[in-house]
Design a binder for this molecule. Structure first.
Ligand code: SF4
Length: 208
């Protein structure tokens, strides 16, 4: 199979990083999970802290069997698939294989591309540069909006208006602007308590 055919089949994915750690952000903060970072992203956030993920060609493709066997061997039996933007790829075969092994599946996505795969949990983190497609809003379990400046609150509310009422709402400070924006977020949540604060707790715990 050629590289492009392998990717289109969903049987191979451009995994650029994988590690067993604790979820650092959002609803599942503090829970152990196996992280799989897929390379490639067309969103280009100015403040991106995972630019190493933008180029998918830095590593050989990985078969989903290899991914599943690593995740299944981890004590937590839970996977977080992140990026980059993982929905650049067909994730249905990976999800099917993980579901067969009874692994809990968590997706982190901007929602800018069609959803593939059946997930136990979808964290939708919308980006202004490339807004989510409409279909994913109703499926999101968690909406996590990065706040870099005061204008981002309006963006957060526009997205919150589209998700299901059961969706958990999080505002997360943009890391490089933490000192300036954190007090503003605290004040906003005090006045708008449907939101909760999400911190990048892994950075405070000094874990990946
Ligand atoms: Fe970086 Fe994520 Fe934005 Fe892509 S979507 S540029 S990986 S922060």
């Amino acid at each position: 199979m050629k590289e492009q055919e392998k990717i289109e089949s969903g049987l191979y994915l451009p995994m650029i990083e994988d590690f067993y750690t604790l979820q650092g952000e959002g609803f599942h903060t503090g829970k152990a999970a196996y992280f799989v970072r897929l390379g490639g992203c067309d969103i280009e956030c100015d403040w991106c802290d995972t630019r190493i993920s933008w180029d998918a060609s830095t590593k050989d493709l990985t078969s989903i069997e290899d991914i599943v066997s690593k995740v299944a061997a981890a004590p937590a039996k839970a996977i977080v698939v992140t990026g980059g933007e993982p929905l650049l790829y067909n994730l249905s075969p990976l999800c099917d294989a993980l579901n067969e092994e009874s692994v809990e599946t968590y997706l982190e996505t901007s929602g800018a591309h069609d959803l593939t795969g059946e997930w136990d949990w979808i964290c939708l983190s919308p980006k202004r540069n490339h807004p989510p497609l409409n279909d994913i809003f109703i499926l999101a379990n968690e909406l996590k909006v990065i706040i870099a400046n005061k204008d981002d609150f309006k963006w957060a509310e526009e997205n919150a208006a589209k998700v299901d009422k059961t969706c958990h709402l999080f505002l997360q400070p943009e890391w490089s602007n933490f000192e300036e924006i954190m007090p503003v977020i605290v004040e906003y949540v005090l006045h708008n308590p449907k939101w909760q604060v999400s911190l990048q707790a892994h950075k405070f715990m000094r874990i990946p």
